[in-house]
Design a protein around this ligand. Structure first.
Ligand code: G3H
Length: 249
């Protein structure tokens, strides 16, 4: 009942030619099942991506957005602008934004609300560091990040949020969480949500992120509470990313 979602976060990588290649390949190779596939390229490629993805089952996402619609915010991009380029999804709270750009829970909430306000589906990213996992604090950290945001949303807003669990120690390290480790946290997030609303918890889309690749995707995606993936490095190689999408079927 939950539509699988695979999102490719290119981070500060990619090129105009990679955008073209994704458009061509995904138009040629139909996906095996009804699913959502999203590419989140750097901002300068959004317009080219919108055109290149026209004949392909690819949707557009943004890696971040500013909480304001417009104003004196040098270097920033607003949700309203992203919407003009056909963006349908946006990340909020990616660990790189939390760590490198000091976005705290409040800043993450502001960005997520900005996405909801312009009808962009937010993907709320949460996850623990290695130190926090080793200290046995994984669930406490993850549920704080989820809870801070979800507790401040109206019920109809909660329904529109996708949550990505990305253990920080698994991002870009080649050290993927085991399917059991990922499933345990995802089940915990769903159970926590069920405390508010059982129906919402059952329909909430949960993605796993952290060194997901063509070899480990099928096993991760087979877990009962994992509905998709947020893929970094492997989303830059069209064959690998296609294989990941195909294993979600
Ligand atoms: O947004 C994607 C995640 O940070 C995962 O990145 P990765 O697949 O390169 O580990």
């Amino acid at each position: 009942m939950r539509t699988p979602l695979i999102a490719g976060n290119w981070k500060m990588n990619g090129s105009a030619s990679l955008v073209e290649e994704f458009g061509r390949r995904f138009a040629d190779e139909p996906l095996p099942t009804s699913m959502d596939v999203v590419i989140l390229p750097p901002f300068p490629y959004l317009d080219a991506a919108r055109r290149a993805f026209e004949g392909a089952p690819l949707r557009l996402g943004a890696q971040t957005l500013n909480p304001l619609h417009s104003g004196a915010r040098t270097g920033e991009v607003s949700g309203r602008m992203l919407k003009e380029f056909g963006v349908e999804y946006a990340l909020a709270g990616h660990s790189e934004r939390r760590q490198l750009y000091r976005e705290d829970d409040e800043a993450v909430l502001d960005r997520l609300l900005a996405a909801l306000n312009v009808d962009i589906t937010p993907i709320l990213c949460v996850g623990e560091t290695l130190e926090e996992r080793d200290a046995g604090r994984t669930m406490e950290v993850v549920l704080r990040q989820v809870g801070y945001v979800m507790a401040r949303l109206e019920p109809d807003q909660r329904e529109r949020v996708v949550i990505a669990y990305e253990p920080v120690w698994a991002i870009g390290t080649g050290r993927t969480a085991t399917p059991e480790q990922a499933q345990e946290v995802m089940a915990g997030i769903r159970q926590y949500q069920a405390g508010y609303d059982r129906e919402l918890a059952a329909s909430l889309r949960l993605l796993y992120g952290g060194s997901m690749n063509a070899d480990n995707a099928a096993e991760l995606l087979a877990q009962p509470d994992i509905d998709g993936g947020l893929v970094g490095g492997a989303s830059l190689k069209v064959d690998d990313f296609l294989a990941i999408c195909q294993s979600a079927g």
